[in-house]
Design a protein around this ligand. Structure first.
Ligand SMILES: NC(=O)c1ccc[n+]([C@@H]2O[C@H](COP(=O)([O-])OP(=O)(O)OC[C@H]3O[C@@H](n4cnc5c(N)ncnc54)[C@H](OP(=O)(O)O)[C@@H]3O)[C@@H](O)[C@H]2O)c1
Length: 501
């Protein structure tokens, strides 16, 4: 998926929110790993913006400490000494004008010293309410357009909280910044196996001809976490599982699974096809939300606290921490194929997997010897194990003619020393190379919000009897009924040590 246009990619990488959780856990370790691998351009410098008083050495020592824990490997001392000089801590309040003037002066100075060609990436690792303010201030201070150089803005999620707010945010920022300079993050798009969806689909003649409603019975996307909200309660109260997972990561995975083959692998061609899938998602109605959607919130268990007792969560919170649903993609390829989604927090397993169930051959029941065959299943295991599982039917070894399923299982990251790159490494690299394929275009967001808004609108008057599942358990009972009434089951295999279902 890389179509980097050749240009000078030396630049200053400015992180707004550099004392935050995301910067510590993901961004700085990703930048360091890229540096270690020699993938960063000459002169690449990070300006880390925080609002607290910190000395340069203090900040650098702090990130050295947490990076060792996060990367969980030795960090070469000499390399770290070089790298630490590439990190410049700058104290600034996003809301104060003089902060931007100072930042601009600092950037010019670094540009001269480190030869960064005037190029800048601004990474907004901040709460969403700051996205527009920061872009506006950068614009007013003429920091978004400079002659003979490029400026890009990477924006974290969530982008809006429904269609109207997302549209307003988008209209406001695109007045100041062209669409091709905006890199809206959905970090799932940087994951190894998500990238692999295209290779699997379009690189194997055994799949693509069958990838439609004639041969596929149903699709499942399962994305569960063992963790609760931890210290992100105030963020999660505003998003819940629907805005935290479904609107972005899950719909992005679905659009890659279901899209038509793009004319080429350029950013625009891929996103042109993905957006058509989102456009074709059937909106929810009051009726379908009742029959096809189950939401939930975790209550306490012997081991874990209830969601409502988590830090910075309201005692009578109605936030959903779980969702299971059935939906359809109303187009020629997928008409009639149900798509089932199962996602939530504080469940018994951490997993993300995409399950493609093929139909059984129509004549198969004529042969009594075939009575134990199962439908073919392809599972794309996204995390924590990355790999592919495929179930086929074969004759079992021996003199009897007994046919049954066997499982072929390929785990990409199980071997010793086989670390896949972190999603953020890839995303930073792609933004440096001006490749937008792994970032969400506005129209993709627009249609995903339309779908999500239809869900919220349709259940407006429903009474949510929360909590309705035990922390660390399997999720609400009616999530199982939702799929079982269609004579199907949530997929529980695929090489993982799975105790979810
Ligand atoms: N954390 C994750 O795992 C994760 C995952 C996916 C997406 N995201 C997204 O990434 C973004 C950042 O998340 P986070 O968890 O890193 O948030 P966070 O831990 O709350 O960090 C927010 C950062 O913004 C700074 N800040 C807040 N107000 C400021 C102001 N007026 N002036 C200057 N700095 C200010 C904070 O500085 P102080 O430290 O001084 O308060 C901190 O550095 C959010 O949009 C979130 O949705 C996060």
């Amino acid at each position: 998926m890389t179509t980097s246009k050749k240009e000078n990619n030396a630049c200053i990488f400015t992180i707004f929110g550099a004392t935050g959780d995301l910067t510590k856990r993901k961004l700085i370790p990703a930048v360091f790993t890229l540096y270690e691998q020699g993938r960063l351009p000459e002169g690449f410098t990070v300006i880390a913006i925080g609002r607290r008083d910190k000395t340069m050495d203090g900040y650098r020592d702090e990130i050295h400490g947490f990076m060792r824990d996060i990367l969980n490997r030795d960090i070469d001392d000499d390399l770290w000494k070089e790298f630490r000089n590439r990190i410049i801590y700058q104290k600034m309040n996003f809301l104060e004008e003089n902060g931007y003037e100072n930042l601009n002066m600092l950037s010019r100075k670094i540009n001269k010293e480190n030869n960064t060609a005037g190029n800048r990436i601004y990474y907004l690792a901040t709460a969403p309410e700051f996205f527009e303010i920061i872009i506006r201030k950068l614009h007013e201070n003429k920091m978004l357009k400079n002659k003979n150089s490029w400026q890009r803005v990477m924006v974290e999620k969530p982008f809006g909280s429904d269609l109207p707010t997302a549209r307003e945010l988008n209209d406001n920022i695109t007045d100041m910044l062209e669409e091709d300079k905006i890199f809206r993050i959905d970090h799932y798009l940087g994951k190894e196996m998500i990238q692999n969806i295209l290779s699997l689909r379009f690189g194997n003649s055994i799949f693509e001809p069958l990838w439609n409603n004639r041969y596929i019975d149903s699709i499942q996307i399962i994305s569960t976490e063992k963790l609760g909200v931890g210290d992100r309660g105030s963020y999660y109260e505003k998003t819940g599982v629907i805005k935290d997972m479904l609107q972005n990561h899950i719909l992005q995975m679905l659009s890659l699974i279901a899209m038509e083959p793009p004319v080429n692998l350029s950013s625009e061609a891929i996103r042109d096809e993905k957006v058509k899938v989102l456009q074709a998602l059937r909106p929810f109605t009051k009726e379908s939300v009742k029959s096809d959607v189950v939401t939930g919130q975790y209550g306490k268990s012997n081991v874990f606290a209830a969601y409502r007792n988590e830090d910075r969560v309201s005692a009578d919170s109605k936030t959903d921490t779980f969702i299971a649903l059935k939906t359809c993609i109303d187009n020629f390829r997928w008409g009639g194929v149900p798509v089932y989604i199962f996602a939530g927090k504080r469940l018994s397993e951490k997993t993300t997997r995409i399950v493609i169930h093929f139909k059984k051959l129509p004549g198969i029941n004529f042969y009594k010897e075939f009575k134990n065959t199962e439908s073919n299943v392809l599972v794309i295991r996204v995390q924590p194990e990355e790999g592919i599982f495929f179930r086929i039917n074969t004759k079992h070894q021996g003199n009897d003619f007994f046919i049954g399923p066997v499982e072929m299982d390929y785990c990409q990251n199980c071997g010793y020393n086989s670390n896949s790159p972190e999603a953020y490494e890839r995303l930073i690299l792609e933004a440096l190379n001006n490749n937008s394929a792994l970032f969400t275009r506005w129209d993709e967001l627009e249609y995903s919000w339309r779908f999500i808004d239809s869900l919220y609108r349709s259940r407006e008057n429903e009474v949510l009897n929360y909590p309705n599942y035990e922390a660390g358990g399997k999720g609400p009972v009616n999530a199982y009924e939702l799929i079982e009434k269609d004579n199907r089951k949530w997929w529980d295999k695929g090489g993982e040590k799975n105790d979810l279902i």
